[in-house]
Design a protein around this ligand. Structure first.
Ligand code: CO
Length: 499
């Protein structure tokens, strides 16, 4: 009887595309800071690929052996890969935030993390300590001649783009006060109507409370803030990302409740005090980029969104493509993220929302059931109708699992292409880079860092965006691993040594 049950189970449960131990090793801290020309390359780096890929993410998952509670609490580390004449130069460096320097000197955790990292000594040592540690670990952008590391709850850190040396915090020329929030998800409008067609970097900040304040910032190509307007919206807002169109900034206000008491009393991190409200709608907040026009709030089904792929307008209609979760997985104080039960969590899936602004109605359509995250598109299509979308995805076409594959979707024809690094590779956010002088929207490359558990190192993988099925056209073996990162960006500016 027992053997029959085993047999039946084997027939219905698909084999995992990965080993948990392999996935866990990608969360080991990296201790070294390096710079070198990458000589160990399989395939050919395209000679036309010219510029610098910057990546950010937690580089340390512990402080002197004391584990942090969640990767989101890890100190930010920048990796830079500069491409020139078919060669590539690598650098990585920790961001010298004030708290990083203090903790490295002390050799222990001195600050509580938003996602549950506590100082040693139990709740008594943590109660009433509400100081935030600006860990600068979420994104990195090059704009207005500045390389900025971003973390959504506080101000950016400025870095030297050649050496990655930390130059200090950046106030955007006096616009931000010390510690003031500046989100980690700026969007670049490639052609801003209000600025005569010049590009504009659009970002926001959230001040959460019983009602929340959303502030919009727009920066011109010189890095100067040219528009800034604040709006109060009802309820607590936990908003990580947004989307833009030529006329609007669009936010999804996830249905959550926040009870700060366990945080105040030292029992939980602030991020562990968020409770998903499955019976309440998600609010869609539409803020016109022209500040003289009024804000609209629409409602749709309950759900949780971290990231949006893109949005665009057609007449009075607005379309927005977003990765949605059925609920927000609560981070439990006693849990270990390395032991997460993937099968118990719902996957992120891609939905298209259709907003009819005059009627204030929203309809939605499921576009992709495969577990996916980290969307990327052609930079000239941001806020505009677009055809091709690239995302991190699970190797299997159903269920929830670590991201091991890159999925390309042709949103016009519905055709999919999948490139997978399974069973021993784990991907990070893909970034689309257009080929110089290209015409077709998918004429370019997809760049991603892949953690290779077989060698405990990371590879920079270059895919041909037109045909992911060609496989990696170049695989650049780094001399060490890079822990799973969060976000990054590509600039056509080249930051390599002069040799
Ligand atoms: Co993000």
């Amino acid at each position: 009887m027992q053997s029959f049950q085993l047999h039946e189970r084997a027939a219905t449960v698909p084999t995992n595309s990965y080993q948990r131990e392999d996935w866990q090793k990608g969360y080991e801290s990296v201790e070294t800071e390096s710079n070198y020309w990458i000589d160990d390359v399989e395939g050919q780096i395209p000679a036309e690929l010219h510029g610098t890929l910057f990546r950010n993410g937690p580089g340390l998952l512990d402080v002197n052996g004391h584990r942090i509670h969640h990767p989101f609490d890890g100190d930010g580390m920048i990796s830079a890969i500069a491409f020139r004449d078919g060669r590539a130069y690598f650098r990585n460096r920790f961001i010298r935030t004030a708290a990083y320097l203090e903790e490295q000197k002390a050799g222990k955790i001195l600050y509580r993390g938003v996602f549950g990292t506590q100082k040693p000594g139990g709740w008594l040592a943590n109660a009433f300590d509400l100081k935030l540690k600006n860990i600068a670990n979420t994104n990195v952008i090059y704009w207005g001649g500045k390389l900025l590391a971003l973390w959504e709850a506080a101000d950016p850190h400025r870095l030297d783009p050649y050496t990655l040396e930390t130059l200090g915090k950046d106030s955007l020329n006096g616009v931000l006060s010390d510690g003031e929030a500046f989100a980690a998800h700026p969007r670049v409008d490639p052609s801003c109507d209000q600025d005569g067609g010049a590009p504009s970097l659009v970002n926001f900040s959230i001040k959460p409370g019983l009602s929340s304040t959303i502030t919009i910032f727009e920066l011109n190509p010189d890095g100067k803030v040219v528009r800034q307007h604040a709006h109060s919206v009802p309820g607590f807002a936990f908003i990580h990302d947004f989307a833009i169109t030529p006329n609007y900034c669009i936010f999804f206000q996830n249905p959550i409740a926040f009870n700060p008491l366990p945080f105040v009393f030292g029992l939980r991190g602030a991020g562990e005090c968020i409770k998903f409200q499955p019976n309440q709608p998600t609010r869609i907040i539409v803020i016109p980029r022209d500040k003289s026009k009024s804000v609209q709030i629409l409602e749709t089904h309950s759900g949780f969104v971290f990231h949006h792929a893109n949005a665009f307008e057609q007449g009075n209609d607005v379309y927005i493509d977003s990765i949605c979760y059925e609920s927000f997985p609560e981070v439990e104080p006693q849990s270990d993220f390395r032991q997460v039960d993937f099968d118990a969590l719902k996957p992120g899936q891609l939905w298209r929302f259709h907003l009819n602004l005059p009627d204030k109605t929203v309809s939605r359509q499921l576009v992709e059931v495969r577990c996916c995250e980290f969307p990327s598109i052609h930079q000239q299509r941001v806020g505009r109708p677009y055809r091709y979308l690239y995302m991190g995805a699970a190797d299997g076409d159903t269920g929830n699992a670590p991201l091991q594959a890159i999925l390309k979707i042709d949103l016009e024809s519905g055709v999919r292409q999948l490139w997978s690094a399974a069973p021993r590779g784990f991907i990070s956010e893909p970034i689309f880079v257009e080929r110089p002088n290209s015409i077709d929207e998918d004429d370019g490359w997809v760049l991603t860092l892949v953690y290779d558990a077989a060698h405990h190192r990371s590879d920079v993988v270059i895919l041909d965006a037109r045909d992911l099925h060609r496989g990696a056209i170049a695989r650049l073996h780094l001399q060490q691993h890079i822990p799973y990162g969060l976000h990054g960006s590509f600039t056509s500016e080249l930051f390599t040594p002069n040799c």
